[in-house]
Structures are given as structure tokens and as C-alpha cells.
Design a protein around this ligand. Structure first.
Ligand code: ATP
Ligand code: MG
Length: 431
């Protein structure tokens, strides 16, 4: 076996046996987002490279090192989306959604691509659930998106996610803060990594979340952004905290959260787990009041976040959260001989049309092998059709758990009667 049968490093398959776990999580995300007034947005997997360079920011790790960028045959530079926010903002502008009333509330479930070092919780293709809210500068909106994340975690029964919040101010506070950071980090130039030395002039705030242990140690003593907030940013942050407190949300203020993308202003936050190793941030987001303008649109204060679905599933596994198994096969219909097999085919179809999961043979197996398969897929009931059954127009339906058999007529009301039997058996199982 050569390269054809090997997946690309940092990618994962979700196999048929496990996909119900993804669907369960995704369905809850959709339901909760819709309850909070968000509608799904789907944008292309690739965009003009320029969009991410502008939107995410030239000095970020994502743009400098992590993007999958290539030239098309037409000579355009395109990039696989490393995140969902820039594409959503582009779509909002391009389709003039602003004229349809504010705030615009959208959510997405998508794959993202980043050329990072693969490890537990860090992939090159990964998946995000994210929300975007455009056209509000009210702190109530900051609290609202956080409450949506919390209600998703609650429905999934995820515990032990710590909410950490911070404010990184507006460009005004930031420029004063950056000056003081430059001064502070300049005194430690010999210890800083090459990356940080590069960013010291252009974007000193990036140094706060450098993963290099030496830089991280120095960053601990750095000045805090909270001492540099202007009155407006300060009062916004106070109100966000008040709204969260009113909703009974527990959180911790962590001034070292700066987030890895350049577009953030004011509120930033993360939900962190300590149960899945060093890639513990399950959800990250905040406000980006300048993003839409940066992309050439009007001033449109906005906010949002993204959750890593792989990391969330890791937390759920770690916590042994039971995810409901998919609906089992209600009825397996086996056929013996050509005529009976045709009838079996017809009945399977009838049951499926009534909305239940039914199976029959499409391989051409003998009766024993068919029954073995019925067992393997965990069919709840089975029925064997042969010449006798066809002649009499009746057949025995067998409950595979209790062995109990019930004779049913093979007429047009078969489906109805089988469903009654099946539903009753489900209640018996519960008791
Ligand atoms: P990190 O600090 O872990 O690199 P980030 O700040 O780059 O995260 P965001 O860009 O804010 O992450 O993305 C939001 C969420 O998407 C993260 O909190 C995480 O759960 C998930 N995520 C980000 N990058 C990856 C990746 N390479 N593999 C898996 N999940 C990821
Ligand atoms: Mg990252």
C-alpha cells in the first residue's frame, strides 16, 4: 500500500461507527444557536489570500506560518480558510446583509485548515462551530454570545470548562499599551525567541501569548492591558462582567488572554479545560469592532467566537459523557428464494417509507448468512419470508431480544401493525 491509502498528516477520518457522536454535538449546536436567533451561514472553503491577510492580520502566526496558500491555474492566490470569521464578514459585505436589519446573527459549522505541528488537539484540518454577530457595540451582545456557548456546554453535559475573560481595549488604549510593552520586552531582548524579536516592533501584544517557555516566563512580568483601558473600554468591560454576573455565570478575569488573531478589540474570552493536555482551549472569541471596516465596509461593531469540535469531543470523552446511540435497525427482513426476496425488498421499502430503519439483503446471501448479518447490526426484530409465508400471506416477526414471535399479515397495513409492535417493545425495554 502506497501513499494513496494514507491520509495526510494532521487530518482525521470520522468513520461511520463514530459519526453519530459528531452529529449529536452538531445538532445541539444548531438547535441552541437557532434558539438564540442565529441562522446558519455557509461560505466557500477557499477565499482570496488577501482576505485573510487583511482580516486575520499580517503579523499573526496564522497568516505568517499556518495558511494553506496556493496559486490557481489562473494565477490567483487563494487560501483554504484558516478560520471562519473573515469569510463570513466578506459574505455579509458582498451580499449587503447590513441593509436587512441589525444585528446580523450567523453561525457556522465548518472545516478549517492550518499548517501546524500535529499533536493531540491540534490538527491541520479541524472543525469549528462559530457564531458571528454584526452591528452591535452593546455589552449585552458580548454576554449573549457567551451565554450561547454556555448553554451548548450545558446541553452536552460538559463540565469543568473555565471561562476566562479579558479586554484588550480599542486601538487608542492599545497604542499606549504597546509602547509600554515595547519598553518592557526590549529590556529582555537576549532571551526572546526570534519570532518575538520580529514582532516586538510591529505587534508587541503578540509576545504575551508566545508559547516559547522563555518568552512565556518573561511575559508573566509584563504590564497588564487592564491598566491601559480608556474610559469607554473600561466601562464596556465592567458592563460585560455585570451582565455575566446577572446571568449567574462564573468567570475569571485573565489579563494575559490576547487571542491569536489581530482583529480583536475590547472583550476577548476563552473556555479552557485542564483535562485534555496543553491544547486546552476549547472555545475562543471576542469583539472585533474594526474588522468590517478593515475589509472595506462601514464601521460595524461585531463579535463572535469559535469552538474546536475535536477538542470538545476530547473533553466529552475524557469526562465519559454518554452520547445516545443512533436508532437501531427496527426490522430485518430475510428472504428465501427469488419470489420471497422480492417480497422482502418490498416490505423493507414499505417500513422505510413509514420512517423506520429497516434492512434486507442486497448482497445475495443465503438465509443463515442473512440472519447472522441481522444479528451483527443489532436488528430489534427479524422476519423470514419463504414460499409458505407468501402463500399464506402471513409471517412471524421475531423480537430478537426476547425471542417472542408475533404473526402479522403481509398486506398493506403491515407497516402500521409492525410499528405498533415495535413501539410497544421499546416501552417494555425501558421498564
Ligand atoms: P490555540 O491557542 O490552541 O492555537 P487559537 O487561538 O489558534 O488556538 P482560534 O483561532 O481562536 O484558536 O480558534 C478557535 C478554536 O478552534 C480553538 O479554541 C480550538 O478549540 C480550535 N482550534 C484552533 N486551532 C486548532 C487546530 N490546529 N486543531 C484543532 N483545533 C483547533
Ligand atoms: Mg493557534
Amino acid at each position: 500500500m502506497g501513499v494513496i491509502t494514507k491520509k495526510i498528516k494532521g487530518t482525521e477520518d470520522v468513520l461511520p461507527k463514530r459519526s453519530y457522536r459528531w452529529q449529536f454535538v452538531e445538532n445541539i449546536m444548531r438547535e441552541e444557536a437557532e434558539n438564540f436567533g442565529f441562522k446558519e451561514i455557509r461560505t466557500p472553503v477557499f477565499e482570496h489570500t488577501e482576505l485573510f491577510a487583511r482580516g486575520v492580520g499580517q503579523t499573526t502566526d496564522v497568516v505568517q506560518k499556518e495558511m494553506y496558500t496556493f496559486d490557481t491555474k489562473g494565477g490567483e492566490s487563494v487560501t483554504l480558510r484558516p478560520e471562519g470569521t473573515a469569510g463570513a464578514a466578506r459574505a455579509v459585505l458582498e451580499n449587503s446583509l447590513i441593509n436587512e436589519g441589525l444585528p446580523i446573527k450567523a453561525y457556522y459549522l465548518t472545516s478549517c485548515y492550518r499548517y501546524e505541528k500535529p499533536q493531540a488537539g491540534r490538527l491541520r484540518e479541524f472543525h469549528q462551530f462559530g457564531v458571528e454577530e454584526y452591528g452591535t457595540s452593546s455589552p449585552a451582545a458580548d454576554a449573549e454570545v457567551i451565554l450561547l456557548a454556555l448553554s451548548i456546554f450545558k446541553r452536552l453535559q460538559v463540565e469543568n470548562l473555565q471561562l476566562e475573560i479579558n479586554s484588550i481595549g480599542c486601538p487608542d488604549c492599545r497604542s499606549k499599551y504597546n509602547e509600554s510593552l515595547k519598553k518592557y520586552f526590549s529590556e529582555h531582548k537576549d532571551t526572546l525567541c526570534k519570532n518575538c524579536l520580529n514582532r516586538l516592533e510591529k505587534n508587541p501584544m503578540r509576545l504575551i501569548d508566545c508559547k516559547n517557555p522563555y518568552c512565556a516566563e518573561i511575559a508573566k512580568g509584563a504590564p497588564s492591558i487592564l491598566d491601559f483601558l480608556c474610559d469607554d473600554c473600561n466601562s464596556h468591560f465592567e458592563q460585560v462582567k455585570k451582565y455575566l454576573a446577572v446571568a449567574g455565570v462564573e468567570f475569571k478575569v485573565n489579563p494575559s488572554i490576547v487571542r491569536g488573531l489581530d482583529y480583536y478589540t475590547k472583550t476577548v474570552f476563552e473556555f479552557v479545560s485542564n483535562a485534555i493536555g496543553s491544547q486546552g482551549t476549547v472555545c475562543g472569541g471576542g469583539r472585533y469592532d474594526g474588522l468590517v471596516e478593515e475589509l472595506g465596509g462601514p464601521r460595524l461593531p461585531s463579535l463572535g467566537y469559535a469552538m474546536g469540535i475535536e477538542r470538545l469531543l476530547m473533553v466529552m470523552d475524557n469526562q465519559d459523557i454518554e452520547i445516545p446511540l443512533p436508532e437501531p435497525c427496527a426490522l430485518y427482513v430475510a428472504g428465501l428464494g427469488e419470489n420471497a426476496q422480492e417480497k422482502a425488498f418490498e416490505i423493507v421499502n414499505m417500513i422505510r417509507n413509514s420512517g423506520l430503519f429497516a434492512e434486507g439483503d442486497v448482497v445475495g446471501r443465503g438465509l443463515r448468512a442473512q440472519m447472522k448479518y441481522a444479528d451483527k447490526i443489532g436488528a430489534r426484530f427479524s422476519m423470514v419470508l419463504g414460499d409458505n409465508e407468501l402463500e399464506e400471506g402471513r409471517a412471524k416477526v421475531k423480537n430478537m431480544t426476547t425471542g417472542e414471535q408475533t404473526e402479522l399479515a403481509l398486506d398493506e397495513s403491515f407497516a402500521e401493525r409492525f410499528i405498533a409492535l415495535y413501539t410497544a417493545s421499546k416501552f417494555e425495554n425501558v421498564e
